[in-house]
Design a protein around this ligand. Structure first.
Ligand SMILES: Cc1ncc(COP(=O)(O)O)c(C=O)c1O
Length: 359
């Protein structure tokens, strides 16, 4: 990711805190595509990053900046993968790391944090409860909070997902350089990745990089068509039906989401009942002509089996939920069969022992 460092905030003379973040591949999913009635389905496999999740990008950036500013202690609330990444980069930088995670966070996430020597606090509640504890205690403990959107740096690191995509997609799909997919699907919790990608596509258009010409043109009619920026891919935010605050707000036409009651999903990264970036997500989705919609909890294992068994791709539960949302979008005609569709696999399935099929 550091080959984009001129577009990132770390001063150029300063070495980043890095664990060798590779460019993640874009792979075709032809058999899954056929099942969905699509001709072109792609996955950008973020499970190849350090600690096997896309959270590495934001944390590499945030911890690099923390070290730059002389921070000695960081803390954060997390659904699991961000805690693992913070622990890894914190260890690398020699920064004390304290993570607050729900007590039923996947065992691998808790284990990876401990392995990296982080202090792990298990909370009887959700990530929102963890966030409250960090906010209450950060002054007394001397922590710098790297909670989602509490600082500008995680989002800057996650922009590199969009930068890589812009560099890679045309070649991967046999289309002109710098072509972007028609539709991008993203499993949404706190929303950093979604917001970061739209931000960077706009930045690239702003510097005249001739980017963001979509692969095959116009979106389906939309009630906000006049506000839609035609040169951006349509961004689809998928949440689990057991925790879908952004979907509810989108459907209600609201700019802010309300706390989703009794949030529950095995796709632990999506168990975010409220996010301070709700309006940024909703603006991003609407301004691209996309949608927010749910995937069914009950479909997670089935989609994981299809992607892994037929296309060899180990989708995390969060991205399996995305495939279920995609089925709805195709069925409803929001996405047409010949369009170029790309989803993010935000982590490796192998981090989720609790969800992996046992039979
Ligand atoms: C695997 C996975 N996918 C998706 C998400 C949601 O990402 P975001 O917070 O960028 O919306 C998370 C967050 O924890 C995650 O761990």
């Amino acid at each position: 990711m550091w080959r984009y460092r001129e577009l990132l905030p770390l001063p150029i003379e300063e070495a980043p805190v890095t664990l060798g973040e590779p460019e993640t591949p874009i792979l075709a999913m032809p058999k899954t595509a056929r099942r969905l009635g699509l001709e072109h389905l792609w996955v950008k496999d973020e499970g190849r990053l350090p600690n096997e999740s896309f959270k590495a990008r934001g944390m590499a950036m945030a911890v690099s900046m923390a070290r730059h500013f002389g921070v000695t202690k960081i803390a954060l609330p997390s659904a699991g993968n961000a805690a693992g990444a913070a622990s890894a980069y914190g260890a690398r930088a020699g920064i004390e790391t304290c993570v607050f995670v729900p007590k039923d966070t996947p065992a691998v996430n808790i284990a990876e944090c401990r392995l990296h020597g982080a202090r792990v606090e298990l909370v009887d509640g959700l990530i929102s409860d963890c966030g409250r504890i960090v906010a209450e205690r950060q002054a007394a403990e001397g922590w710098f909070s790297v909670a989602t959107l509490n600082q500008p740096y995680r989002i800057e690191g996650k922009k590199t997902m969009g930068l890589e995509l812009a560099d890679q997609f045309g070649e991967a799909a046999g289309l002109p350089p710098r072509t972007l997919p028609d539709a991008i699907l993203y499993p949404t919790g706190g929303g950093t990745g979604l917001i970061a990608m739209v931000k960077v596509f706009r930045e690239l258009n702003g510097v005249g990089s001739a980017l963001a010409v979509r692969a095959s043109g116009k979106s389906k009619g939309s009630s906000v068509a006049s506000e839609v920026e035609e040169r951006l891919p349509r961004m689809y935010s998928i949440q689990a039906d057991g925790c879908a605050p952004i979907v509810r707000a989108f459907e209600a036409g609201a700019r802010h989401a309300t706390m989703f009651p009794n949030a529950a999903t095995a796709a632990s990264g999506l168990r975010v009942p409220a996010s301070i970036g709700d309006f940024l997500m909703l603006d991003a989705i609407r301004s691209t002509g996309g949608k927010a919609l749910v995937g069914r909890e009950t479909s997670i294992r089935e989609w994981m089996r299809i992607a892994a068994g037929e296309d060899g791709i180990c989708l995390c539960p969060e991205s399996a939920i995305v495939l279920d949302g995609l089925a709805t979008l195709v069925r409803d005609g929001d996405i047409r069969p010949a369009e170029q569709v790309l989803l993010f696999n935000t982590a490796s399935a192998l981090k989720y022992a609790e969800v992996l099929p046992t039979d």
